[in-house]
Design a protein around this ligand. Structure first.
Ligand SMILES: O=P(O)(O)OC[C@H]1O[C@H](O[C@H]2O[C@H](CO)[C@@H](O)[C@H](O)[C@H]2O)[C@H](O)[C@@H](O)[C@@H]1O
Ligand SMILES: O=c1ccn([C@@H]2O[C@H](COP(=O)(O)OP(=O)(O)O)[C@@H](O)[C@H]2O)c(=O)[nH]1
Length: 471
């Protein structure tokens, strides 16, 4: 079995103090993948240094070897807060209104990708498979090729891929996409984003896409496919059965004294549709006076990317909105929205999910959304809760037995909350069983195996398997 070199923006050392608190989906998925494969996870430590030295901090924890570098404040500002999270992230989430184009961001992005390449280069051995993650590192493969790396290299994009006309607004978009074609495998969360990408290379670059969705470019064949990411079902089920989970379940249940619980768990990000969600819950309360004082929305929202102005703005907007809605619907002994700006370990989250009759996952745009899958996996199969899921989350292409909603339609989501609360047990069980089967079968291990197989060039005959599974 070939060794894996996994490269992502941030490396989350497993079981490090605080790591379980507010890990994103990528970190959760990769820790589990790396335990299975010997190999190295390389990336930014999350720390800053006055002057970049390229020093590699190598560690081995809980079966995972990590190699990290520190970055200079200017790197972090221009690459992470800048090009990654003020330019690409909003653009890839269809928020052209929030997308900033600044030459310094572009230069910082190139510089840090160069620094990543120079630092990881000595770790790469001839037979290694190189697996790069996400929008922070789109040109890394091309830079590594320029430094003589001949290994098989793949990129998995965790976010959506935007429509061609949106992407065309990005200065130097052609160069960025051309650099991606230096990878051997390009992976997307869903067929929707895959098709957007293929549309771009045909319309903007005049390239031909083969029947198996491969692209011949500069004498090499690039495979483009959908690989929907899953959760670590076995690990999550174990966490859900832990005493930590049952304590969390009990703590939440006893605090609401018989009221229905709706739960949302999201990084505090404008893409997650939290404002629209709160308004939908408020509309539900206004439309159903008989529900007054009988339903609580618990929203867990750990702060994210707090140095970026649009994230500071969404935080302020949500504080105002929560205050307004609670002011309108609260009673002397009751507050309808419990809005919590901190992260919880996933074992506790599992207990909270299980306590909630409704899971509200309503992003305006989301690459996948692992919370939707965790909510289902945490339910009691004999008395499961109902998942309300945005049609604009990548997860909606797989989780068709959820109640799918348009998160922009406050009325529709409000009505769907009522439908979820009133849903008979037999229908809840039927929907839950189907959702659970797909979450269990298409878990993170399946995702990793499919991607690594394609990366190793061993799956030519099954090129469209995942694609069709999500179509
Ligand atoms: O590292 P941060 O800036 O704090 O952000 C956390 C992660 O957010 C994004 O997650 C995406 O990946 C998930 C797993 O594939 C997916 O379910 C979700 O829809 C995506 O938004 C980001 O893409 C990651 O790089 C970050 O680590
Ligand atoms: O307090 C929290 C909030 C979230 N998460 C985890 O963070 C991940 C979020 O992944 P998702 O794909 O839903 O969104 P992302 O944050 O990656 O955009 C999930 O595994 C959550 O369990 C967590 O561990 N603690």
């Amino acid at each position: 079995m070939s060794r894996l070199i996994v490269i992502s923006n941030r490396v989350s050392v497993p079981n490090a103090a605080g790591a379980a608190g507010a890990q994103g989906g990528l970190a959760v998925a990769l820790n589990s993948a790396l335990r299975e494969h010997r190999g190295i996870w390389f990336g930014w430590s999350g720390q800053e240094t006055a002057e970049f030295t390229g020093h590699l901090d190598m560690q081995r924890n809980d079966g995972v070897t990590t190699a990290t570098i520190d970055l200079e404040p200017q790197d972090i500002e221009e690459y992470y807060n800048g090009y990654a999270n003020r330019t690409l992230w909003p653009l890839f989430h269809y928020r052209i209104d929030l997308t900033e184009y600044d030459r310094n961001f572009g230069e910082g992005y190139e510089r840090v990708n160069e620094r990543f390449a120079d630092s990881v280069l000595p770790l790469i051995e001839p037979e290694d498979l190189v697996w790069v993650h996400d929008y922070h590192l789109l040109p890394l493969g091309s830079i590594l090729r320029g430094k003589g790396v001949k290994n098989r290299m793949g990129l998995f994009l965790h976010t959506p891929w935007p429509p061609t006309r949106l992407l065309a607004s990005l200065p130097f978009h052609e160069r960025l996409v051309a650099s991606m074609l230096e990878y051997d495998v390009l992976g997307f969360q869903t067929t929707e984003w895959l098709e957007s990408f293929l549309h771009y290379v045909q319309k903007e670059m005049g390239l031909k896409v083969n029947l198996d969705n491969s692209i011949d470019y500069k004498g090499r064949r690039v495979i483009a496919r959908a690989f929907p990411i899953g959760i670590d079902y076995a690990e999550f089920s174990e966490a859900a059965a832990s005493s930590e989970a049952s304590e969390a379940h009990h703590r939440l249940k006893s605090s609401v004294r018989g009221r229905k619980i709706l739960i949302g768990v999201d990084r505090l990000d404008y893409s997650k549709g939290l404002g629209e969600r709160f308004e939908s819950f408020s509309r539900f309360l206004a439309d159903h006076p008989d529900m007054a004082g009988k339903a609580v929305l618990l929203q867990i929202a750990p702060p994210s990317r707090g140095d970026v102005a649009s994230y500071q703005q969404i935080r302020e907007d949500l504080e105002r909105k929560t205050g307004h809605i609670n002011g309108a619907h609260a009673e002397v002994d009751f507050v309808p929205i419990r809005y919590v700006n901190r992260g919880y370990p996933r074992a506790q989250l599992a207990g909270f999910y299980r306590a909630a009759e409704v899971g509200l996952v309503t992003p305006l745009r989301d690459g996948m959304n692992l919370v939707a899958k965790e909510y289902v996996a945490a339910q009691d199969p004999e008395d499961p809760g109902v998942l309300i899921l945005s049609q604009f989350a990548g997860a909606a292409l797989q989780l068709k037995d959820a109640l799918l909603v348009n998160p922009h339609s406050i009325e529709h989501v409000a009505e769907t909350i009522k439908r979820a609360i009133d849903m008979p047990l037999a229908e809840r069980k039927r929907r839950h069983a189907r959702l659970l089967a797909s979450i269990r079968d298409e878990d993170v291990i399946h995702w990793r195996e499919q991607f690594v197989k394609a990366l190793a060039g061993k799956d030519r005959e099954g090129a469209n398997a995942s694609h069709e599974a999500t179509a």
